[in-house]
Design a protein around this ligand. Structure first.
Ligand SMILES: NC(=O)c1ccc[n+]([C@@H]2O[C@H](COP(=O)([O-])OP(=O)(O)OC[C@H]3O[C@@H](n4cnc5c(N)ncnc54)[C@H](O)[C@@H]3O)[C@@H](O)[C@H]2O)c1
Length: 301
């Protein structure tokens, strides 16, 4: 079987039309080289994903005079939304899976991708945390499975982590890396022995230390974030960012995955995060997080 070369990619199939899948489809289409499909479980999710692409292109490009309405039409015209996964991947050279972050769901999707995509096609996952080797194990082509981890917002963030599973071939890594470069990203390569790959693993460690400092009442969340922002030139502090994205709830929910991946020691959720989540301070849009927990509970406790 002939190995895929990045310059021969003509069609990219994105699976999952949510926050990340829709943005990845948009970035792929904007390059102008590829036919792009985006699939999801229902028309409702697909329409929502396609509408979000229209909205972002209008807001960030057309309204600012950076794109004509005709160019926008061409970009959206290259993206086909469908619930028919078999059809979407049957002529795809490269597949990017961006479905819900669950190993069971991802394995199910990878089984289907392996059955329906051409044998030479590369199957990449945008997973943030999950193990690529395990996903690849349900396919007959583990050499052609890799991580391709984009960051949100995809159009702005330069980093792409190319993740090498135990059986991922050098060619798969090279093509995935090259595709990231074509998309004007800055890829890095890592092995999938690390939970959270590179950036998330280190960021979580920093956030955990910040959480521990709150727990010890070393300082307020505000001052800890201020120190990190000014000391390391970060645009936003890790505690504020975690509050914004609802990271406390995500970390509580992924505790089991962490235990499985890293062993019980590193899998232990910090008692402050557990306490906050139990008290409803999960973070996320419109919800209270560690800043509120400090003010309303911890500083008085
Ligand atoms: N949100 C982020 O900031 C971020 C950043 C980087 C990577 N990721 C990763 O990207 C992936 C997607 O995350 P998201 O934030 O876009 O989630 P999301 O919930 O916005 O989107 C996931 C989509 O997958 C769909 N889906 C579920 N099962 C499916 C199936 N069997 N077939 C097709 N579609 C299916 C859902 O209907 C949903 O529309 C996850 O693996 C996540 O860890 C997320």
């Amino acid at each position: 079987m002939e190995l895929l070369k990045a310059e021969n990619i003509k069609k990219v199939a994105v699976v999952g039309a949510g926050l990340m899948g829709s943005q990845i489809a948009e970035v792929l289409s904007r390059i102008g080289k590829y036919r792009v499909s985006v699939t999801d479980v229902s028309d409702e999710f697909i329409n929502k994903g396609l509408a979000s692409i229209q909205q972002r292109l209008d807001q960030f490009f057309v309204a600012k005079g950076k794109m004509t309405p005709e160019e926008k039409k061409e970009i959206t015209g290259r993206i086909e939304g469908t619930t028919d996964l078999t059809k979407a991947v049957s002529d795809a050279d490269f597949v990017i899976e961006a479905v819900t972050e669950s190993m069971a769901i991802k394995k199910d999707v990878f089984r289907k991708l392996d059955a329906d995509a051409p044998p030479q096609a590369i199957l990449a996952s945008n997973t943030s945390w999950l193990n690529i080797t395990e996903m690849a194990s349900v396919t007959k082509r583990p050499d052609k499975v890799a991580g391709m981890h984009f960051f949100n917002p995809v159009a702005v963030m330069k980093l792409v982590e190319v993740v090498k599973g135990a059986n991922t071939s050098d060619n798969t890594v090279e093509v995935t890396y090259a595709l990231a470069r074509i998309l004007e990203k800055e890829p890095v390569v890592c092995r999938d022995v690390s939970f959270g790959f590179l950036a998330n693993r280190a960021y979580v460690a920093m956030t955990s230390e910040a959480v521990q400092m709150v727990w010890e009442r070393v300082a307020s969340p505000e001052d800890i974030d201020k120190a990190l922002k000014l000391g390391y030139n970060l645009p936003v502090g890790p505690l504020e960012l975690s509050d914004r994205i609802g990271a406390w709830a995500i970390r509580a929910a992924s505790e089991e995955d962490r235990i499985k991946e890293l062993g019980s020691e590193k899998g232990q959720l910090h008692p402050l995060i557990r306490l906050m989540v139990r008290a409803g301070y999960t973070g996320g849009p419109g919800k209270k997080g560690i800043y509120d927990f400090w003010k309303e509970v911890l500083s008085k406790w």
